[in-house]
Design a protein around this ligand. Structure first.
Ligand SMILES: Cc1cc2nc3c(=O)[nH]c(=O)nc-3n(C[C@H](O)[C@H](O)[C@H](O)COP(=O)(O)OP(=O)(O)OC[C@H]3O[C@@H](n4cnc5c(N)ncnc54)[C@H](O)[C@@H]3O)c2cc1C
Length: 328
């Protein structure tokens, strides 16, 4: 029988993982968008074995469980999260290189990993240097910039499933596509990644990374909390109208706001939290943008950002936005 008993779960984790567990964490204090109510528990495992232990402990329970990294691509609900969030972060962030092959734990921060590979005279991660978040999050999302995805450099991914099995996936098994991969399964924890890089002069790699960072600084809003690009670029829309930011600007929504959520006046594909934004504010802005662009251009833009419901459903945010509107 599966068990749902919040205080029992808290007591269990307090006993089994006292140093890695935090209770009643306000997600607005830890997520990049600074939005989200309290989570029952956030566990930050200090080893893969500890992560496996937490997963095993959750096996017969019905409380939701979610794996996150730096929470830079997720919108938490202002009502919070009624379960366990496993955060693969700084405490799982070692890396080592053997020739051009780099093995890194999933919690390593992307800018840190990129600069470390540059120090070693290795090329391949130049485009990622300005992206916040962890390696696990980036690989799951096949994130990247300059029309590239990290998947290009991935040789092998080590995961843990909910039964505690260690699974290995090769690059082709991950089926990396535009911001997608087969790793986007709720039962998988990305634990470590092997990257196949190329030799290149270290000074050249750092110089290209400096340029990438500089160009992002000029284009993207940095002063207000956000989640990066809200909408995915659609190749057929790109050919006719351009990127999502251009489409949003063309329908006059740059600067549009609802509650504490605003379409960034600097880059229209960023939705910023101007102070006290709720998840409903952001979903309302996403819905309004999507409808307006669709009405005017015929293209329905989909979200890159994932919405996380209090009971653990994770869906692209435009789907949650539509659902809200339907119910209201
Ligand atoms: C200012 C800003 C700029 C950005 N620019 C870019 C950009 O240029 N390109 C780009 O691609 N993205 C960009 N992003 C989005 C985001 O940074 C990336 O998608 C990032 O790689 C997500 O990593 P994360 O650790 O924050 O993942 P999270 O946001 O914590 O999680 C994202 C998804 O991955 C899953 N996940 C995370 N870690 C794991 C794991 N270890 N195992 C299994 N599943 C996991 C989560 O469940 C969730 O579904 C930007 C975000 C911000 C705030």
């Amino acid at each position: 029988m599966r068990v749902h008993d919040s205080s029992g779960l808290q007591a269990l984790l307090r006993r089994a993982h006292p140093e890695s567990s935090r209770f009643g964490v306000r997600l607005s204090e830890v997520s990049r968008w600074q939005i989200g109510g309290p989570a029952l528990v956030v566990v930050e495992p200090r080893s893969i074995a500890e992560a496996a232990d937490v997963v095993a402990l959750m096996r017969d329970r019905i409380e939701p469980m979610l794996v996150v990294g730096d929470m830079s691509n997720v919108l938490f609900d202002s009502d919070g999260f009624d379960g366990v969030i496993i955060r693969i972060g700084r405490s799982l962030s070692t890396m080592r290189a053997l020739g051009t092959m780099v093995h890194a734990e999933a919690g390593i921060a992307i800018p840190q990993l990129a600069r470390a590979t540059a120090d070693l005279g290795l090329s391949g991660l130049e485009h990622t240097v300005g992206i916040p978040g962890t390696l696990g999050g980036l690989v799951t999302m096949n994130g990247g910039s300059q029309r590239k995805g990290i998947g290009l450099s991935v040789a092998r991914v080590t995961c843990l499933d909910r039964s505690g099995n260690v699974l290995e996936f090769t690059q082709s098994e991950c089926q990396f596509g535009y911001r997608s991969s087969t790793l986007q399964r709720p039962d998988l924890i990305v634990a470590a990644v092997e990257l196949q890089l190329e030799p290149r002069d270290s000074i050249e790699v750092h110089a290209e990374m400096d340029e990438v960072v500089e160009s992002r600084r000029a284009r993207f809003p940095e002063d207000l909390p956000n989640c990066g690009s809200t909408f995915l670029s659609d190749p057929s829309m790109y050919e006719i109208i351009g990127a999502p930011g251009k489409a949003i600007e063309s329908v006059g929504l740059k600067g549009y706001s609802y509650g504490g959520a605003q379409v960034s006046p600097q880059h229209a594909n960023f939705v910023v939290n101007t102070g006290g934004a709720t998840s409903d504010d952001v979903l309302a802005v996403i819905h309004h943008i999507r409808e307006t662009v669709h009405r005017s251009t015929g293209f329905a833009m989909d979200c890159e950002v994932r919405y996380v419901s209090p009971d653990g459903d994770v869906v692209p945010a435009h789907i949650a936005a539509e659902e809200r509107r339907r119910v209201a």
